[in-house]
Ligand binder design. Structure first.
Ligand SMILES: C[S@@+](CC[C@H](N)C(=O)[O-])C[C@H]1O[C@@H](n2cnc3c(N)ncnc32)[C@H](O)[C@@H]1O
Length: 611
């Protein structure tokens, strides 16, 4: 059964192509909301009409529905119907129309009651009312008093081991949805288990951005400062965030008090930015908080809204229908893969053979003690010590928000490049000596890994971040790093690579490229420039896995990824060698749990040039 025929079964016949496009290019929240609000009345009518002609469930807005949850989607929401799986399969094979329900805080197999909040194409978004029966064995009591209402965390009700299994299956599903060939191209045939730090599954987040809004009808003294409610554009008053570190929580208390003290001055609202800085004083660790100049901005910036754009519920429903409609499908495997395997063991110090990249693979941040760091608090800067290095950046600019796992992530990136380099050397080719860190921010990856390379070039669009990167290299006495400010494609357009180039820094055969773009991913222009360049290794780090899968698929479709089908014969290989088109092997796909208790996952894909 193909996706086109399934389109006729679910109730978004009007514009199925638009829906599918969203999956690869999700529209902005504003566009999506516009389309949804424009279509809502029509959809409700259509839904009612279809309901009369169908043996199936009602998509109208009843107060309470009994539902069975079938799977946890990659956005952390449960996918449910009124039927059990057996009945659902029967209806699907009879060609009946199915209406789905999307319910947060629910787990596969659970019988729940839910209330419809709004209807969308093919499904209704619901609030969970209660778990009626078949409570999941992995369900635990959440740690946070706000969990279940606050939109910040989606998975606190799941034990941590199962969260990791889910995240691995999320990465699998996202690649599978984009193009099943991607998974087949992975060298070991599977996504690695999720790398994590068990001890830091709470109290890890070093940045909080609560916000508030002033309403004419509400006395200012009753203003709520916090995060949005789940499923609502309304702010929930939050006094503490259990995924935040102790220091950002103490910052939250101060920021809330300061704001309420001057609340009469605000006309609309603001976002507060609270970031942890590692400040040490006379060897005693004294973590502090920073309120950026932004806390004065009289503008509401909703914090969690963008989360909704990076997955496509409708597409996942289509995929689910596709899977359960196959008589031989082992659908259960796609919900959670219980076989974690042990390919990701605890990081051990590098062996002698790995030493050409020097790293400090510790799980905790080593603390250095420069007294002048205290000034950072006054200037709106943040200082982070990690891997025996010091990074300073403007509080409002990008830096990873989970310090505890940074060493493990950076170490993995360095080790992936080093392994590829050693392999090249063992087959008589040159060692990788150059690193290009694209989307480098304040220089975290390039500077941390600089000891393993002759030269490092960082590329970054933000002027502020590039200034930070340059001064971070000198703060750490690193002399082999240079940085270029500008759009990645504009800078790559100027590179004229050739292994005989007089500028050895640009020789692609001895160069590794790290790309770590924003959530929306990279773009075709940059990816094709990267392929024209053809470096020895590419490490693609992503917080937006759907966009990463789209970008990898772009390379796959253009013949740049080694698959069984496209390079099975010797002829193909020699053709590729003749044409000079670089062909890469996906040597590993390793998710990192930078965001425990939420559905987010950071994913690292390593591409090693095969020809
Ligand atoms: C996810 S952050 C990664 C930063 C850095 N690698 C780190 O881990 O700290 C993405 C970075 O890409 C930068 N960026 C966004 N669009 C860009 C573009 N078109 N060209 C170059 N850099 C860009 C952003 O300013 C941001 O610093």
């Amino acid at each position: 059964m193909d996706l086109n025929s399934l389109n006729k079964r679910v109730w978004f016949n009007s514009k199925p192509e638009d829906e599918l496009n969203w999956c690869t290019n999700p529209p902005s929240v504003a566009v999506r909301e516009y389309i949804v609000s424009k279509e809502t009345s029509e959809k409700d009518q259509t839904a009612g009409k279809i309901d009369q002609n169908s043996s199936n469930s009602s998509p109208l807005k009843p107060d309470q529905l009994s539902l069975i949850v079938h799977k946890l989607m990659t956005n952390g929401l449960g996918l449910a119907t009124t039927q059990d799986l057996k009945e659902l399969k029967r209806l699907v094979s009879d060609g009946q129309k199915i209406w789905f329900y999307v319910v947060p805080f629910t787990l596969p197999g659970e019988l729940i009651s839910a209330k419809v909040i709004e209807n969308s194409w093919g499904y209704s978004l619901c609030d969970l009312v209660e778990i009626i029966d078949n409570k999941s064995a992995s369900r635990i009591a959440p740690k946070c008093q706000y969990f279940g209402k606050c939109s910040g965390c989606q998975l606190q009700m799941v034990d941590y081991e199962t969260q990791l299994e889910y995240k691995r299956s999320f990465v699998n599903s996202v690649f599978d949805l984009e193009n099943p060939e991607i998974l087949k191209s992975i060298k070991f045939g599977e996504v690695d288990p999720v790398a994590h730090l068990d001890s830091k599954s709470f109290g890890y987040r070093t940045k909080l951005t609560p916000h508030f809004e002033i309403f004419k009808w509400l006395p200012k003294s009753q203003t709520k400062i916090g995060f949005n409610y789940t499923n609502r554009r309304e702010i929930m008053d939050i006094e503490e965030c259990v995924i935040g570190t102790d220091s950002v929580n103490s910052g939250l208390a101060v920021a809330r008090k300061n704001t309420m003290d001057k609340i009469e001055d605000y006309k609309r609202g603001a976002t507060l930015l609270i970031r942890e800085t590692n400040v040490t004083d006379n060897g005693v660790d004294k973590k502090g908080y920073v309120l950026s100049p932004k806390d004065e901005v009289e503008e509401l910036v909703p914090v969690f809204v963008s989360d909704k754009t990076d997955t496509c519920t409708t597409y996942q429903i289509l995929d689910y229908l596709n899977v359960i409609s196959r008589p031989d499908s082992n659908w259960n495997d796609r919900i959670v893969n219980p076989k974690l395997g042990d390919r990701w063991n605890k990081i051990s110090p590098p062996s002698q053979a790995d030493i050409s990249i020097e790293l400090c693979p510790t799980d905790t941040d080593p603390i250095c003690v420069p007294a002048e760091v205290k000034l950072a608090l006054e200037s709106g800067n943040v200082d982070i010590y990690t891997q025996n290095m010091r990074f300073r950046f403007l509080a409002s600019s990008f830096f990873q928000n989970n310090n505890s796992i940074i060493p493990k992530l950076v170490y993995h990136v360095g080790l992936s490049i080093n392994k590829a380099s050693l392999k090249r050397v063992s087959s008589g080719r040159n060692k990788i000596t150059n690193l290009v860190d694209v989307y480098c921010g304040a220089g975290l990856f390039g500077i941390s890994l600089s000891h393993g390379f002759k030269s490092v070039v960082g590329i970054e669009i933000s002027k502020e971040s590039i200034r930070n990167a340059i001064s971070n290299a000198s703060l750490n006495n690193i002399t082999n790093c240079s940085f270029s400010q500008g759009d990645a494609s504009d800078i790559f357009a100027k590179i004229k690579p050739s292994s005989s180039s007089s500028d050895a820094k640009l020789d692609p055969s001895i160069t590794a490229v790290i790309i770590d773009p924003p959530r929306k991913g990279s773009n075709e222009e940059f990816l094709s420039q990267l392929m024209d360049y053809g470096p020895a290794v590419i490490v693609y780090i992503a917080c937006g896995v759907p966009a990463q899968a789209r970008d990898i698929n772009y390379l796959l479709k253009n013949g740049n990824i080694l698959t069984n089908s496209n390079f099975s014969s010797k002829n193909d290989v020699s053709m590729s060698e003749k044409s000079g088109t670089p062909v890469y092997e996906i040597s590993s796909v390793t998710p990192f749990d930078l965001f425990p208790q939420t559905y987010h996952v950071e994913n690292v894909v390593t591409l090693v040039r095969a020809f």
